[in-house]
Design a binder for this molecule. Structure first.
Ligand code: ADP
Length: 264
């Protein structure tokens, strides 16, 4: 995938001037090389029907550029909640998140939405494709929303679907595709704006092992191109095949963080 095709994606003029409170020191301190994502003392409580549930209980986390991180742990451990906090889909009760060195503490909905449109791609377990749009339109839409012209959006979509092995599916509706194909389309949609990081919440959780393999190959290809990936999964087969960084969560806290880890 040629970065030259997307000059606005990874090469904007991000300057340290606009970085807010930097976790490494007071304003004026020369910025240290910063991780792509930094979280400090994240806490999140869900207030549902029953008693409040403290889903994330003080998480500190640094994710470096180019990493492919598996976030694992038992059901209910707080994995999805943590991923949602990192993508701004939910807000922490306390604690801070920095993205590429910028504090996001003061970000409102609109700023988070822009960040997700341009820098953070998200893939969900149940695909979340727009069912009455074609594959092509599903993938083009985020490019158009990010301000790309229609011609360019169409060209980028065509190139991406070709590269990701989905050429020929452009006119299909999501409901006509297999689960594995739908998930690959949703990865393409999350990637069309060439985000710096892709957050994936159980992307293979609804797929059989062969389809899961196809999605994992696609994610590995995207990661090999330089995009950081954080993937929630409780599938030990997948984690153990990856042999990448494994962060294990239990009861809302990181209990293990291994560089080339295994799980289960
Ligand atoms: P995991 O992804 O590891 O399965 P989750 O982050 O989904 O864990 O959930 C962590 C805990 O928070 C669980 O006890 C779950 O029931 C609870 N929880 C998650 N989302 C909500 C919500 N929207 N309202 C109430 N409780 C929630």
């Amino acid at each position: 995938m040629s970065r030259a095709e997307a000059p606005d994606a990874h090469s904007d003029n991000r300057s340290d001037d606009r970085f807010g409170a930097h976790p490494d020191g007071p304003p004026g301190t020369p910025p240290a090389a910063h991780p792509i994502v930094r979280a400090r003392e994240l806490v999140k409580t869900h207030h549902g029907e029953g008693a409040p549930v403290k889903a994330v209980r003080g998480v500190d986390l640094d994710i470096e550029r180019g990493e492919f991180v598996a976030v694992t742990g038992p059901s209910g451990a707080g994995k999805s909640t943590l991923l949602h906090l990192l993508g701004g889909l939910q807000r922490p009760d306390s604690g801070g998140i920095w993205f590429d060195g910028t504090s996001l503490d003061s970000y409102g909905e609109a700023q988070w939405a822009v960040l997700r449109r341009r820098r953070i791609g998200i893939v969900f377990q149940f695909f979340n494709l727009v069912s009455n749009l074609t594959v092509a339109d599903n993938v083009e839409l985020p490019a158009l929303l990010a301000g790309r012209g229609p011609k360019r959006a169409r060209a980028d979509r065509a190139e991406l679907l070709e590269e990701l092995g989905l050429a020929g599916k452009e006119r299909s509706m999501p409901g006509e595709l297999s689960g594995g194909e739908q998930q690959r389309v949703s990865v393409a949609r999350a990637f069309v704006n060439r985000p710096l990081i892709l957050l994936a919440d159980e992307p293979t959780g609804n797929l059989d092992s062969q389809m899961a393999r196809g999605v994992m190959e696609m994610l590995e290809e995207i990661n090999a191109e330089g995009t950081t990936i954080v993937m929630v999964t409780h599938d030990s087969n997948i984690v153990n095949q990856m042999r990448r960084r494994v962060i294990e969560i239990e009861n809302g806290q990181i209990v293990r963080d291994q560089a080339r880890g295994v799980y289960g």
